[in-house]
Ligand binder design. Sequence first.
Ligand code: ZN
Length: 324
Amino acid sequence: MTSAATDEPQPLPDYAPVPDLALGPALNDHGFYVGRVQRNLFWVTDGTYQCAFLATRDGVALFDAPPTIGHNLRRAVDEITAAEGVPNTVTHLVYSHHHADHAGAADLFGDDVVRIGHVETRRLLLRDNDPTRPAPEVTFEDRYTLQVGGERVELAFHGPNHSPDNIFIHFPDHDALMLIDIVNIGWVPIYNLNLSEDVPGYLDAPAQALSYPWTHYIGGHLGRLGTRDDIALHQRYIADIVDSCRAALGSVDPTPYFVRYGANVWAAVGGYLDAVTAKAAAPIIAQYTGVLAAADVPAFTTSTTFTILQSMRLDLGAGSQVHP
Ligand SMILES: [Zn+2]
């Protein structure tokens, strides 16, 4: 069914300006930026996605291959390896996790690439059967040390978080940590806590990241690298949401919703949980607008608050009452 009313464009809302601290370096004419993290570790961004590579004497080891960067990855590798006087052949590709938005250009580097990932990444990629993301042949359960061109990279799995297979990629000799889709540096998480599957695992991941020694953080999103202070700011945002959820759970009375909707218990549950979520999210949006970019985009802080609230109820038992 169509009508003039439903087809009418709605006015788009205004939001607070993006804080300067949320922005990264300018992109080149191809639409990417490539920069040195430390020594021969480099990072690439298109302003929204990030990945990294080591330019070694024996070839290039790539860490993720987001399709939005796509063929610009080759351009970035060629530019850097020419300047550094090292071979531009991509010999290794490490998957941070199986998601297509970080791995969908993995097929651009030929069949001779050694692909490395968690065992669960292999299982999920075999399941997904996507030709742009060939399953890794080299897998590990807990830890794996990648040695390439005289460099060392430590891969570790600390349990599910954003995805069931998301790994920590530590560059001990480059003072860097790569951990994707946990902290969006300078920005709030997108919908539902960065679309995370294991909420307690997601909430623990920043502290696990801080337990490693590093100065440079490659988070996988937006325009710049992170610092330890950026992780701490993200932790405060999340901790404030948890506190606000607890307060809202203790202060919103479900009774009027059940009285009003009677036999339609789902209407009552929906009305009550929406009210708790709105009450919990409101002070967070007010507090973090202008501090973290897009804190005032309601779909993000509100859906993240809803996700945390549900985990507190279902994983931790918060607000549940035993029938007398
Ligand atoms: Zn992901």
